[in-house]
Design a protein around this ligand. Structure first.
Ligand SMILES: [Zn+2]
Length: 474
């Protein structure tokens, strides 16, 4: 493998041959592939990823890491550390699944368990690529007797549980110089991206139950309150900043039509790429919720407020990632991979296929100065605490969106495992580069300070809050 000489900020891996790291990762690709598949076969929801977390811990303990568990009050949150002193480089991993996205690793819709959980966001690949990279970086430090610390962050409940925020509140990221993170994607791309900040809450209306036919005048419907809130939100949509997002589901809407509902509940997400604007929209949504309660003579409580910030990009770190991703290149697809991809793509709309050619997986996209992905992640908060870099590799067949059955199928397939190993290699080379040549860390810190200037990062989640360990049990 050829390594081009690098621009000023990019480290040069002088001490030893980085190709040995790649050879070693290739030799272990089957092992890591099996681990990712084991997690895929036993998908676990946020904060109850007991088996998945234990599997990660066992792997890193065996590799010689010091393990800290139960971080921030979440039993499945852990860190694994090796080495001593500066610099301290962190790599984040996730392992939670999504409800209702159970799916076989085939190109047709077929749930393995009806309405069961599935890895529709590819976190089975996310955690294992990060482990593979962390272990490779550790071996490199050890072999070359280099100073520095490498730490894996086992972060639970990314899907709506904000696991990383509770870990941060517990001080897990203190003293870390840079954090590297990746996410399954439909392309190989190291563009430094931001995303939407998010506020989540449960909104509960309380009314008065009555016989809906014999004594309707004595009832006050909690469901009416909730539905009027929804109508208010639909009207609000026209008068908020364009980039905003508001979505909700009704989680309780009454038990029987002949009982005026006493309780009605919705779970709501409000998003915007900037926290200040998001706060404005969220304040207005809360006023609407109150107004609907007034109209219906019900009461409303806004409960379990949580959320995360938008990602603060770090171009300095992403340039280093891009350099290494480019040296590794995209997926090398076999005829079987291509057949699988083409079959999956048949289930996508023509326009989506046209906009996302298969070549997105085999090539590395040109790095843009900045981008935005319109979802949210609890990695956002971390990026305001430590310089953080985030990138994607093609584990999903191009055109496949996250949180779909197609994404679950890809996450369990050979195609997905190839993208996973590209992420593992990119993370490993970047971590080693930063450990061996820490100079860019000062530049990354300066960029971080510059981007953060004038903004006070205050988590949506209070510092002393306990993680909602049963948020998926509803
Ligand atoms: Zn995800």
């Amino acid at each position: 493998m050829k390594f081009a000489l690098t621009p000023a900020l990019v480290g040069t891996l002088l001490a030893a041959d980085p190709a040995s790291v790649l050879v070693q990762l290739d030799a272990r690709a089957d092992h890591y592939g099996q681990l990712s598949r084991q997690i895929w076969e036993h998908p676990e929801l946020g904060y109850v990823e007991t088996r998945s977390s234990a599997l990660h811990i066992e792997e890193l303990r065996r590799a010689g890491f010091r393990i800290d568990t139960n971080i921030g009050g979440a039993p499945t949150a852990f860190t694994a550390t090796w080495g001593a002193g500066k610099p301290v480089i962190g790599i984040m991993g996730e392992f939670d699944a999504l409800p209702g996205l159970s799916q076989d690793a085939i190109p047709d819709r077929k749930a393995l368990i009806e309405d069961g959980a599935g890895h529709g966001c590819g976190h089975n690949l996310l955690g294992i690529a990060s482990i593979a990279a962390t272990a490779a970086a550790k071996e490199y430090l050890e072999t070359h007797k280099l100073p520095g610390t490498i730490r894996y962050f086992g972060t639970p409940a990314e899907e709506g549980g904000s696991g990383k925020v509770y870990m941060a509140h517990a001080g897990a990221f203190a003293g870390v110089d840079a954090v590297l993170a990746w996410h399954p994607s439909g392309r190989n791309d190291a563009t430094p991206e931001t995303c939407n900040a998010i506020v989540r809450a449960n909104i509960r209306y309380r009314g008065v139950a009555a016989h809906a036919s014999a004594a309707p005048d004595r009832g006050r419907s909690a469901l009416d309150g909730l539905m009027l809130m929804g109508i208010g939100i639909e009207m609000l949509r026209e008068h908020i900043p364009q980039d905003s997002r508001i979505h909700y589901v009704i989680t309780k809407g009454g038990r029987a039509p002949n009982i005026v509902p006493e309780i009605a509940e919705a779970e709501i997400y409000v998003r915007h790429p900037r926290m200040a604007e998001l706060q404005n929209v969220w304040d207005r949504v809360q006023k609407i919720a109150q107004g609907a309660a007034t109209m219906t003579e019900t009461s409303v409580d806004i409960l379990d407020v949580s959320g995360s910030w938008n990602l603060l990009p770090n171009q300095t770190l992403n340039k280093i990632i891009d350099h290494h991703l480019r040296s590794i290149g995209g997926l090398k697809l076999t005829p079987e991979d291509v057949k699988f991809a083409e079959e999956i793509r048949k289930s996508l709309p023509e326009a989506v296929r046209a906009a996302n050619p298969l070549s997105l997986a085999t090539e590395v996209a040109k790095m843009r100065d900045t981008g935005i992905f319109p979802a949210s992640t609890d990695a956002g908060d971390i990026s305001w605490i430590v310089p953080t870099a985030h990138f994607g590799t093609a584990t999903f067949v191009p055109g496949v969106a996250a949180h779909t059955w197609q994404a679950t199928a890809c996450a369990g397939s050979a195609f997905g495992r190839k993208g996973m190993m590209i992420a593992a290699k990119t993370l490993a080379l970047t971590a080693i580069d930063l450990l061996e040549n820490p100079a860019p860390l000062a530049a990354a810190r300066a960029e971080f300070d510059r981007r953060r200037a004038g903004v006070t990062h205050r988590s949506v989640i209070p510092v002393n809050a306990k993680p909602p360990l049963r948020y998926r049990a509803k």
